[in-house]
Each structure stands twice: as C-alpha cells, then as structure tokens.
Design a protein around this ligand. Sequence first.
Ligand code: C5P
Length: 232
Amino acid sequence: MGKDVIIACDFSSAKDTFDFLDKFTEEKPFVKIGMELYYAEGPSIVREIKKRGHKIFLDLKLHDIPNTVKKAMSVLSSLDVDMTNLHAAGTIDMMKAAVEGLTKADGTRPILIAVTQLTSTSEERMQNELLINASINDTIVKYAENAKAAGLDGVVCSPLEAGMVKEACSKEFITVTPGVRFADGEVGDQVRVTTPERAKEIGSDYIVVGRPVTQVADPVAAYRRCCKEFIG
Ligand code: C5P
C-alpha cells in the first residue's frame, strides 16, 4: 500500500476549490472533500474533481442505523470515490452493513475507514457526558479492533495514536492521520500535532493536511515539501 499526502479541501464553494486545484499543473494530489463542500455543492463536486484526475477521500463520517448507512454507502460508491468513512460508534453491525453497501457488483469498493474518537473529544468529556468509563486510548484501540472485525480497512486517528492502532490491529491496518504541521509552521487550533517526517516514522499511511497547504502563498511548494518529508 502506497503512502500518500491528502489535501483537505476545506473550501465553501466549487469556485474556491477549483481556483486552488488549478495551481497544480504538474501533479494531481489526493484530495479530501468534507461536509462543508459536499453539502454546499452536492455530488457534482465529487464528479468534477474526479474528472480532473484526482483521487478523492469523501469525509462524511456516516453514523445511523445499519440499513440507512448501507444504502447511503451504496450511493457514495456509485460516485466512484477512492476512500470514505463512518463513525465506529455506530457498532460492528453498522460497519458491516456499510461494507456491504459500498461493495460494487464486481466485488471492488473504496477504502473504508472508521473515526474512533474525534480528536475534539477529551477523555474527561467522554467519561462525564458519554458515560464511557474506559480511558480514551483504550476506547480508540477497541473501536479500531471493532472496525477491523467488521472488515474495514483502517481508521482516522491522530498521528500520535497510529503506532498504538497498528500494534493492536496489524501493520496492514490503514491509519489516516490529520493534525500535521511543518516544524517551522503555525499550529492554529490543532492541539496534538506532528510533522510529516515524524508521522512517517510513527507509521501513518496517509497524512491529511489542510491549512499548511491551502492557506499559504505557494500551495504547490508546500504540498511538495509534505510529499518529500512524508514519502521521501
Ligand atoms: O487545516 P488542517 O490541517 O488542520 O486540516 C485538517 C483536516 O482534517 C480538516 O479537514 C479537519 O476537519 C480534519 N480532521 C481533523 N481531526 C480529526 C478528523 C478530521 O483535523 N480528528
């Protein structure tokens, strides 16, 4: 499995997204489309970006009853995305239904990964508000194991958790990790951050990078720097 850098295209319109992607004349980066852009523009944004030759991670984090998730995943699969995701909190039955819905008639399907605990959820809130009495790390490992048992390919997690997940699930179990910053860059609102180089050492398979690439004067140079540090 190849390591890759995924650019989080957190733009609110197709125009802003294409203005950004037009800067890339030599490479076709793997892009992440999140809720903001998808809800603003609908499935056409996925088709348009796909037509331009980019791989797409559709980050919609599904979480509903198994039958609904299965049907929704079938729709996403027909959009021909390369990767998509759901919340592991929906249980193993929901994740199995998602795999079924996502699988095409020829047996192929996009990579499916699970969100374990959002990095915005603190251990304290998880315990006090959700009444989960385990540590947050035990929850992350258990949710990753559930995702594996349901037949998923991996999880989204902090780069700092990637090693722990690989150890519990297997080296082949994919880790997709946001929270990446250059050593000399701004951290912004991210708390537990790592450089692309360190993410590589810890064992991330894909890093998701947003503002360090999208909000700088030379996005192409920043993207190339990410690739150089992460892939080598
Ligand atoms: O701009 P930045 O590099 O912080 O963007 C990171 C991207 O990864 C954003 O799209 C954010 O929503 C997403 N993400 C994250 N942390 C998670 C899950 C997703 O930062 N735990």
